[in-house]
Design a protein around this ligand. Structure first.
Ligand SMILES: [Mn+2]
Length: 418
């Protein structure tokens, strides 16, 4: 603990400095137990540091080059060839590159796994998600057969590399992640962040709140787990606590959370009571099994539209059943299918609109030899890109699919019309 304190930012604010969540009495007048963890809690940073120095988004080598995206591959190479960026996208290294390239979406990694409680290895997630792909993408057609939209034709997308990681130093690393992601948001681009363990959602989503305002960001959180723990014994930052930290800091109020897919044997009733008190909207796997995923997704989309001004998706790959995502830190059987995950991400991006997204908890050492977990994460990012492109083209109706994708009956009807 003393080591964490010595790393803490100088401007550690008191809880009362930020938002209603920090006050003893919430907007509803009820007492919220923000002293649940004793005096020691606030002695450690209740939220992360600020400031833009050392954001890590620098180009150390190419001094004097004009800013803009850098192409590191030849046109049309498949994903199995050449240099691995996400989908063979051009690279941006600095905020100036993002601005000069008028980048719409910047994909980056946070290769950090030191706050995981289960299987480690998620620090290898970002590279695995980039490298598992046969398709490539940039410079060749990238047409979604479901909706007939080409995200790379509609959007300017880049690979922004990875946030700086300070091995063994949680607080410094989280400050760096917050600043690094902040450079993307401040440039006007949507960050899509490849994890990394789920604790990194704390700094990543805080970066969005820095930009759009505390309380102005909502999160749809796909996960087998609530991630609302008070602490992992002895440490506030863990992959079991980020959602509570975001709520406690006021960055993302509890009522701005929609959770989907929770199951298994954690957390306990006390924590669930706390979640209800904070008005989190939680859809357990039991509800999905009873009513069907499509119905629950409709509810989640409606709630997302109803909640905050700016939506962030946090996708813990373990929301998918281990049959679809074995390579993850804390696998929990009985989860969603790949189709559920991909459909949900695309629909939220198209119908609600997103300002950011993370895909976390991909642990390549535990993935199967077909890299199915990394591949699901890769395709979830592509569905997000497709959804963002659909929204830009005005294709925001509920559960939009191109008629040509729906079978011969529909195709014939289209031909008859013509
Ligand atoms: Mn999880």
């Amino acid at each position: 603990m003393s080591e964490q304190r010595s790393d803490s930012p100088q401007d550690t604010p008191r809880p009362s400095d930020h938002g209603p969540e920090g006050h003893a009495h919430g907007p509803d007048g009820h007492h919220h137990h923000h002293h649940d963890f004793g005096e020691g809690f606030w002695a450690q940073p209740p939220r992360l540091g600020r400031g833009l120095e050392g954001h890590g988004a620098v180009d150390d080598f190419n001094v004097g080059r004009p800013p803009g995206p850098i192409f590191v591959n030849r046109k049309g190479e498949g994903g199995f060839a050449g240099i691995q960026t996400f989908a063979k996208l051009p690279v941006c290294l600095t905020p100036e590159d993002l601005v000069a390239g008028e980048i719409d979406v910047a994909i980056c990694g946070v290769p950090w796994d030191a706050t995981a409680s289960g299987r480690s290895g998620t620090n290898h997630g970002p590279l695995a998600i980039r490298a598992c792909d046969y398709k490539g993408g940039y410079g060749r057609p990238h047409y979604s057969l479901d909706v007939r939209v080409d995200a790379f034709e509609t959007l300017r997308v880049c690979d922004y590399g990875d946030a700086p990681i300070r091995v063994g130093n949680t607080w410094t690393t989280f400050e760096e992640i917050r600043k690094f992601v902040g450079t993307i948001v401040d440039s006007g681009a949507v960050p899509i962040i490849l994890g990394g363990d789920h604790a990194t959602t704390w700094p990543s989503a805080t970066a969005l709140a820095d930009h759009y305002g505390y309380g102005k960001v909502g999160i749809v959180h796909f996960d087998a787990h609530a991630d609302t723990g008070t602490d992992t014994p002895g440490s506030l930052a863990s992959h079991g606590t980020p959602m509570r930290k975001l709520i406690e800091s006021g960055a993302v109020p509890g009522k701005n959370f929609v959770q989907v897919g929770l199951r298994g044997y954690w957390p306990d009733q006390e924590t669930i009571d706390w979640m209800e008190e904070r008005q989190m909207r939680t859809h357990f796997m039991a509800e999905i099994n009873r009513d069907g995923f499509e119905k629950v997704l409709e509810r989640a989309v409606d709630e997302a539209l109803d909640q905050a001004d700016h939506l962030y998706i946090s996708l813990d790959i373990d929301v998918a059943d281990p049959a679809y995502a074995p390579g993850t830190g804390t696998p929990e059987p009985g989860g969603l299918t790949s189709i559920h995950v991909l459909t949900a991400v695309r629909r939220l991006a198209a119908e609600v609109g997103i300002v950011g997204m993370d895909v976390v908890e991909v642990s390549p050492p535990y993935d199967d030899r077909g890299e199915i977990t990394a591949l699901l994460a890769n395709r979830a990012v592509r569905e997000a890109l497709t959804g963002i492109a659909m929204r830009r083209k005005g294709l925001t109706e509920p559960d939009y699919l191109h008629p040509g994708a729906l079978g011969p009956g529909h195709s014939r009807a289209l031909r008859d019309k013509g």
